[in-house]
Design a protein around this ligand. Structure first.
Ligand SMILES: Cc1cc2nc3c(=O)[nH]c(=O)nc-3n(C[C@H](O)[C@H](O)[C@H](O)COP(=O)(O)O)c2cc1C
Length: 207
């Protein structure tokens, strides 16, 4: 019964297909899971703006000041959350830049995900293409956070690309003092991820 209800909900909310994918500009929404000044993950999103394919745009939405999600207000969320949900719906794809805290995604990112996912029947993430990148000061580059995020995206009914991956380890060595990404390999990976995401999104939208 519960499965049937979920299926109905997903069918009802299937995103609008873009028929003219040849000329359609792909709108990507960038979300960082960090609320730290000088965040490397925010830096990755800024770098991504510089290397987009011609037919894509990237808007970064700051989710770091949202109040803590509560079901009590999910049907009447604060204005910034309403805007966020609208931006997700209007976008073709999501680029997540996730830090890793305690081997998983941050509370900031999980909080934004929950607001976007609710109330029942209004999952703004539904059917969206996605890509995940991560930067960490540690040696694993956020690998565990990426895997946890992937698991969450299953429940959100999102479609992340699998490859290529960008797990930026020891991120402090890859940015200059102005938070510009300077690592050539990371830049190349980010560029290829964006191209792959746009191609993947076109495929999904063709249906
Ligand atoms: C509470 C906390 C937990 C952390 N846990 C991890 C971790 O499990 N793995 C990791 O690679 N880095 C961990 N870090 C270090 C982060 O990778 C580092 O703070 C990084 O800069 C966060 O991303 P940001 O620069 O986008 O904020 C942790 C940092 C904090 C504050």
């Amino acid at each position: 019964m519960a499965a049937n209800r979920k299926l109905k909900e997903r069918t009802k909310l299937a995103p609008e297909k873009h028929h003219n994918t040849e000329t359609h500009t792909m709108k990507i929404l960038g979300i960082s899971g960090s609320n730290r000044k000088g965040s490397y993950n925010w830096g990755l999103l800024e770098a991504a703006k510089e290397m987009l394919p011609d037919n894509a745009t990237l808007e970064i939405f700051d989710v770091s000041r949202f109040p803590l999600f509560t079901q009590d207000h999910e049907r009447n969320p604060p204005a910034e959350v309403q805007l966020f949900k609208q931006k997700i719906r209007q976008s073709d794809a999501i680029l997540f830049a996730t830090p890793e805290h305690n081997y998983t995604i941050t509370a900031v990112l999980k909080n934004a995900i929950e607001w976007g996912n609710r109330p029942g029947g209004d999952n703004s993430w539904n059917g969206k293409a996605a890509a995940i990148v991560s930067a960490s000061s540690g040696p694993r580059g956020g690998a565990r956070a990426q895997l946890h995020l992937r698991q969450i995206l299953v429940d959100l009914n999102m479609y992340p690309i699998n490859q290529p991956q960008l797990l930026l380890a020891r991120a402090q060595d890859s940015f200059d003092s102005d938070l510009k990404l300077k690592d050539p390999q990371a830049k190349e990976a980010l560029k290829t991820i964006l191209q792959t995401l746009v191609g993947w999104t076109e495929k999904i939208n063709r249906g």
